[in-house]
Design a protein around this ligand. Structure first.
Ligand code: HEC
Length: 258
């Protein structure tokens, strides 16, 4: 018996060590999991957090990243009034209709316009960012494993590199970015933005807010999906009860006779 036990223990240990080394080899990192309000089957977005997150995007990230699938009218979905969304749109310029000589013009953006990207083309984006292209952030929360937890961990993951780490030219050490070298310089520092009425704008808070906002940008229908799920469950429950009652009634006479 003892021998079997020893074999079992050795076996388990090998498996444990094995997975450990695989994880290490792939450079897997622990993400900092957050208790998001949209988690779970009934989760909803937090309007105030998303509005703060939009402020962070607009004042910090938009210098390098576009958000091309979000139109200004969509901002009403995160709790801005129509007047507020219009005022935000008016701060941006977009290409207008050509003038009478056929020359391009510019006009203030309106509700139906999409967020303009910061760079005219990929070449310009590359030239300004040490050869790397800052990706459009519209869908990034769904495009990376870990979603908002990854975004939050990335934004709070800037650290001094370990001593033996060789950091490439113009690259920055990040604990969660694959390979740990990222072309994006640390974008957030305490009090980088001023929240009108809200919590202290710490790096942690801004990272949470902007990740919350980007999750909405990537999945604006999450709440509708959760609601639909709830309705389907309620419907199934009622249907089950009805079927049970009908079943009892149909068989009541039959059962009595036997
Ligand atoms: C100075 C320009 C700059 C600013 C400001 C900036 N970024 Fe970036 N970002 C980049 C560049 C360049 C990359 C591409 C990095 C690479 O591939 O090494 C990037 C990449 C990313 C990625 C993709 C990481 C991945 O897994 O591929 C995310 C997400 C991101 N940035 C989010 C943000 C957010 C959120 C903000 C605002 C808080 C922000 N960035 C501000 C330049 C910037």
């Amino acid at each position: 018996m003892k021998i079997i036990k020893a074999i079992k223990t050795a076996f388990a240990a090998t498996i444990l060590l094995g997975t450990g080394s695989v994880l290490a080899a792939e450079g897997e990192v622990e993400l900092k999991h957050q208790d998001w309000s949209f988690n779970g089957a009934f989760g909803t977005y937090d309007r105030a957090a998303m509005q703060r997150g939009f402020q962070v995007y607009k004042e910090v990230c938009a210098a390098c990243h576009g958000l091309k699938y979000i139109a200004f009218r969509n901002l009403m979905e995160i709790g801005f009034s129509e007047a507020e969304a219009k005022a935000i749109a008016a701060e941006y310029t977009v290409p207008g209709a050509p003038d009478e000589f056929g020359d391009p013009t510019e006009r203030a953006a309106g509700l139906s316009d999409y967020m303009p990207s910061p760079f005219a083309n990929e070449q310009a984006a590359k030239a300004s960012n040490n050869g790397a292209i800052p990706p459009d952030l519209s869908l990034v929360a769904k495009a990376r494993e870990g979603g908002p937890d990854y975004l939050y961990s990335l934004l709070t993951g800037y650290e001094d590199p370990p001593e033996d780490f060789e950091l490439g030219d113009g690259l920055n050490y990040n604990a969660v970015f694959p390979g740990h070298q990222i072309a994006m310089p640390q974008p957030l520092f305490d009090d980088f933005v001023t929240y009108a009425n809200g919590p202290e704008a710490s790096v942690d808070q801004m990272a949470k807010d902007v990740s919350h906002f980007l999750m909405w940008a990537a999945e604006p229908k999450l709440e509708a999906r959760h609601q639909m799920g709830f309705k389907v469950m309620a419907f199934m429950l009622v249907l089950t009860i009805l079927l049970y009652l009908i079943n009892r009634k149909v068989w009541a006479n039959v059962k009595k006779k036997h």
